[in-house]
Structures are given as structure tokens and as C-alpha cells.
Design a protein around this ligand. Structure first.
Ligand code: A3P
Length: 319
């Protein structure tokens, strides 16, 4: 038996009925699960990931709050681990969007199939997820797999996310909230994958507890010194650059290949799409730090600052 959305009336369907509900600013229905607001659309695949995904020791899991630099991190990690497989001018990034090369667990693999067979993917497997650590936890706790989290100023995340969803018109039938109201909801933590502070804190605390397993990156830092971070990411993943490679300028080549300007202007990223749902171009908007100043008032920024002070106070996480 199925409901109006053509989804089976099973235990997940039953569970959904019991959860607190809200609406994302763009009209997508949300449910609160384990303290986080998740879209109803991805709820089933999130639970499948949680139930079936088992990381291997050699896996690298890229984790992020949406719009924090996931695409960039995918391009960087893919080029770092495959640098001896493809020359730069034959790198698949030149013809494929980073999201097709590094699949998302809940938005790609576990949304196509309930329990996909991922065994045939050669090591190191790189996957991404926007799932909060507490929801992902069981599948990645025991293996020696590496987790890389990237985060970004919530002000830029909010603006980036707003453009992204308006551009992709996901909540087609809904009238999106005005900026002020959407921002208010964001500050209350009611937004897809929110509250942002709990998402960041989960991974931050895991990084403090086990820095060998969890690397914590900030978009702003990568923008400032990409060479340093390419080296750091490579070392963390267990693929350090040799002196010879450094001398050959390989780090600079990877930085250039993965740069915003280069990726944005590739044919595949200008015109392609992801399964007919998301435009590749929407993943490359401005790529700047501080674009929020063009949209939000100083009072709004102050509100976020206060939220961060109260949530992050003293834990060392600052923007
Ligand atoms: P803006 O909307 O501020 O431009 P995600 O990849 O997590 O969806 O995040 C998307 C944000 O990262 C967008 O921010 C996008 O432009 C930016 N971005 C994408 N690729 C990038 C790259 N190679 N370098 C820097 N920023 C990039």
C-alpha cells in the first residue's frame, strides 16, 4: 500500500506521523528527528543510510552543513587521492560535476536504492553526507575511516542556501518566505539539517576528541591559503605529497583545477544537471567570503553573532 506521495505505508511512514513537523522557508516539509530538522523528502534515505551504510577503514567521509563548501571539498579530495591515476588534463573533474564523482550517501546512493551494494567501489571510497554526526554515528564509529567536516560562516551559508533553492525551485508549489522571515526561522534553527549550531558542534566536539579521525575545516581558511590546506587534507587522508611532487608544482595544479573560476566555467558545470533536479551551475554562484553583507543588515549579523556566542561560548569554535 502506498500514500499520496507514492511512498510505502511501512514503519518509516508510521514514524513520520509521530514526529514534530515544520516547513522550511522554501516550502519543503520538515520533521524533527533526533534533535534535527530533516526534509521529509530525504527522511527515508537518511534512515536507510543510518541502517545499512557501514564504513570501511579506508573510507573518507566528507561531511558538511549544506552550502558550506562541499563541492570544493569533493573536487579537492578526489584530485588528491587520484593524482597518480589521472594527469591533470585528463582529470574527470574536467567533464563531470564533483557531485557525480563523489556521491552523497543520503541524496544519491541511498535515495536510489534502500541498500545499495557499495562493495565494488575501489578504495579509497569517498562519500559525502549532510547528516549530523549523531544520526550518522553508528556506521562510522568503529572503523578507522576518516571524516572531513567543512563549515562556513552561518551568514554566508544562509545567503548561499537561499540562492540555491530559489534557483532550483524545489518547493515549486509553495511561496517561499521573504528574506526576513526565512532568516528568523534560520535563527530559530528551523531549517533543513538545522539547527546549524548543533550540526557544527557535533563534528567540532568529535574533532577535539579525536583529531586523527575528524578533520575540521573552515571555508574561509581554505579561501585564505589553499596550498596549506591541500597539503593538510592530503596528509590527513594518508596521501601526503612527496618533496618531488611539491617541486613539480602538483599542489598548485590541484588548487587551480579545483578553483571556483575553473570549475564554474567548465561546460559540464555551466549546462549539466544532477538527475534532472539540481542545476550544476547552481553549485557555483559567487564563491566569496562575506557576500551576506549585500543582503543582510548589521542587526541580523548581530543576532547570529549572539547565537554563536551563546552556543559556542568557550568551546573554541569561532568565525
Ligand atoms: P556561494 O553561494 O556563496 O557562492 P556547497 O558546495 O556546500 O553546496 O556550497 C556551495 C558554495 O560553495 C557556494 O557559495 C559556491 O559558489 C561555493 N563554491 C563551489 N565551488 C567552489 C570552489 N571550487 N571554490 C570556492 N567556493 C566554491
Amino acid at each position: 500500500e502506498v500514500d499520496n506521495n507514492n511512498t510505502p505505508k511501512d514503519e518509516i511512514h508510521e514514524l513520520l506521523q509521530t514526529l514534530e513537523q515544520q516547513t522550511n522557508w522554501d516550502g519543503r516539509p520538515l520533521v524533527k528527528y533526533d534533535g534535527f530538522w530533516l526534509t521529509v523528502l530525504s527522511f527515508r534515505s537518511i534512515l536507510s543510510t543510518q541502517k545499512y551504510f557501514k564504513a570501511k577503514d579506508s573510507d573518507v567521509i566528507l561531511t558538511s552543513f549544506p552550502k558550506s563548501g562541499t563541492t570544493w571539498l569533493k573536487a579537492l579530495t578526489f584530485s588528491i587521492v587520484n593524482r597518480n591515476v589521472y594527469t591533470i588534463d585528463q582529470n574527470p573533474l574536467l567533464t563531470c560535476n564533483p557531485h557525480t564523482l563523489v556521491p552523497s550517501l543520503e541524496h544519491h546512493l541511498y535515495s536510489l536504492q534502500e541498500n545499495p551494494n557499495l562493495q565494488h567501489i575501489p578504495s579509497p571510497r569517498i562519500f559525502s553526507t549532510h547528516m549530523p554526526l549523531s544520526i550518522l554515528h553508528d556506521s562510522i564509529r568503529d572503523p578507522e575511516c576518516k571524516i572531513i567536516y567543512i563549515c562556513r560562516s552561518p551568514l554566508d551559508v544562509f545567503i548561499s542556501s537561499r540562492h540555491f533553492w530559489l534557483e532550483n525551485k524545489i518547493g515549486k508549489d509553495a511561496v517561499p518566505l521573504e528574506l526576513d522571515e526565512a532568516f528568523d526561522r534560520f535563527c530559530q534553527g528551523i531549517h533543513s539539517s538545522g539547527p546549524f549550531w548543533d550540526h557544527m558542534l557535533g563534528y567540532w566536539n568529535a574533532h577535539l576528541k579525536n583529531p586523527e579521525k575528524v578533520l575540521f575545516l573552515k571555508y574561509e581558511d581554505l579561501k585564505q591559503d589553499i596550498t596549506f590546506y591541500i597539503k593538510k587534507i592530503a596528509e590527513f587522508m594518508g596521501y601526503p605529497f612527496t618533496e618531488e611532487e611539491e617541486k613539480q608544482g602538483l599542489i598548485d595544479e590541484i588548487a587551480k583545477l579545483c578553483s571556483f573560476e575553473n570549475l564554474k566555467n567548465l561546460e559540464v558545470n555551466k549546462n549539466g544537471d544532477i538527475r534532472g533536479v539540481l542545476k550544476n551551475s547552481s553549485f557555483f554562484r559567487k564563491g566569496k567570503v562575506g557576500d551576506w553583507t549585500n543582503y543582510l543588515t548589521p542587526d541580523m549579523a548581530e543576532r547570529i553573532k549572539k547565537i554563536m556566542e551563546s552556543k559556542f561560548g568557550g568551546c573554541g569554535l569561532i568565525f
